[in-house]
Design a binder for this molecule. Structure first.
Ligand code: IPD
Ligand code: CA
Ligand code: CA
Ligand code: CA
Length: 286
C-alpha cells in the first residue's frame, strides 16, 4: 500500500489482508440466498456472512498478534464485552457494516478493521467489495482510497453541503422524533441529506469528499467507528461528538466533517432535542 513507512505497517498489512479475504466472502454471498436472523427486531439483522467474516478476521488477527485484544460486533461484543477500552492493542472489527444493505443488495456494505493502541485508533481499513473501494490509514501517514491519497472536501458554506446521517435500528416515537428534529434543522440549512446505510462508509465518504459531513447518535458501537474515524482524520477532516465536544470512540455518537464545517453542524445538532435514553447533548467547546 501507499504511504510512508511507519511502526504501524505490520498491523496495516495484516488488516488489509484480512479485510480482503472477508470482502471476497461478502462479494461471493452478495447474490446468493441469505440466511437472515433478527437481533433486537426487524430493523436489526445478522446473516451467516456477518458471522463468517468476523470469525475469519479474528482468526487472521489472532494468528498474527496473539496478545492483542479483539472486539467484534457479532462475537465478543454480542457476548457481553464490557466496553471498557484499555491502553492495550485492541482490534475493532465490523465484519459487515451495512448488513441491511447486504440483505437488500444496496451496494454500500463493507468490512471494517481498526486497531487502537493507547485508546487511539492507529490503523484503519474499510473495504467495500461491491464498489471495489478500499480505504486505509495509519496514524500520521495520510488516508488512501485504492492506494491514492484522499482529502476531505473544501466546502465552507453549510448551504452548499451534502450531509449524511442514519436512522440506526430504533423505531420508537421518542427516538424518531429526536432524529427527525435534527434532520429537519439540518435540511433547512444544507443542500441535502443522505442515508446510505453504513456508518463506516459514511465517514469514509466524508474523507474522500462525496459527503461534507455525517453524524449519527445511537449507532451500533466502536466497531462502526474505529477504522473510518482514523481514515477521516488522516484525510484532514474532523471527528468529534455531535454536540461539539471531544470524540469518544465508545460513546455510540459521532460527527465527522471536513476541516471547515464542524462548528456549524455541531451547533445545530446541540440545539436539537435528544430521545429519552440518548446521552444528553454536551456543551459546545469554549
Ligand atoms: C449499522 C449501520 C447503519 C447505522 C447503524 C449501524 P450494521 O451497522 O452502520 O448505517 O445506522 O447504527 O449499527 O448493523 O450494518 O453493522
Ligand atoms: Ca448490526
Ligand atoms: Ca456496523
Ligand atoms: Ca455489522
Amino acid at each position: 500500500p501507499a504511504g510512508p513507512p511507519s511502526e504501524y505497517e505490520p498491523y496495516l498489512s495484516v488488516a488489509l489482508a484480512a479485510a480482503k479475504e472477508a470482502g471476497a466472502v461478502i462479494a461471493a454471498a452478495w447474490d446468493a440466498h441469505k440466511t437472515i436472523d433478527t437481533k433486537s427486531g426487524d430493523t436489526d439483522l445478522v446473516t451467516e456472512t456477518d458471522k463468517r467474516c468476523e470469525e475469519l478476521v479474528l482468526s487472521r488477527i489472532s494468528a498474527a498478534f496473539p496478545d492483542h485484544k479483539f472486539i467484534g460486533e457479532e462475537g465478543s461484543a454480542a457476548q457481553g464485552f464490557t466496553e471498557e477500552l484499555t491502553d492495550a492493542p485492541t482490534w475493532m472489527c465490523d465484519p459487515v457494516d451495512g448488513t441491511t444493505n447486504f440483505v437488500h443488495r444496496f451496494p454500500f456494505s463493507c468490512v471494517s478493521v481498526g486497531l487502537t493502541i493507547g485508546k487511539q485508533p492507529v490503523v484503519g481499513v474499510v473495504l467495500n467489495p461491491i464498489l471495489g473501494e478500499t480505504y486505509h490509514a495509519v496514524r500520521g501517514g495520510g488516508a488512501f482510497l485504492n492506494g491514492q491519497p484522499i482529502r476531505a472536501s473544501d466546502t465552507r458554506q453549510l448551504s452548499k453541503a451534502l450531509v449524511g446521517t442514519e436512522l440506526g435500528t430504533r423505531r420508537d416515537a421518542a427516538f424518531l422524533d429526536a432524529c427527525f428534529s435534527r434532520i429537519r434543522a439540518l435540511s433547512q440549512r444544507t443542500r441535502s441529506l443522505r442515508c446510505t446505510g453504513s456508518c463506516a462508509l459514511n465517514l469514509c465518504s466524508v474523507a474522500m469528499g462525496r459527503l461534507d459531513a455525517y453524524y449519527e447518535i445511537g449507532l451500533g458501537g466502536c466497531w462502526d467507528l474505529c477504522a473510518a474515524a482514523l481514515v477521516l482524520e488522516e484525510a484532514g477532516g474532523r471527528v468529534l461528538d455531535p454536540a461539539g465536544g471531544p470524540f469518544n470512540l465508545m460513546s455510540r455518537r459521532v460527527l465527522g466533517t471536513n476541516a471547515h464545517l464542524a462548528e456549524a453542524v455541531s451547533g445545530i445538532l446541540a440545539d436539537c432535542p435528544c430521545a429519552p435514553d440518548e446521552p444528553l447533548p454536551q456543551p459546545l467547546p469554549e
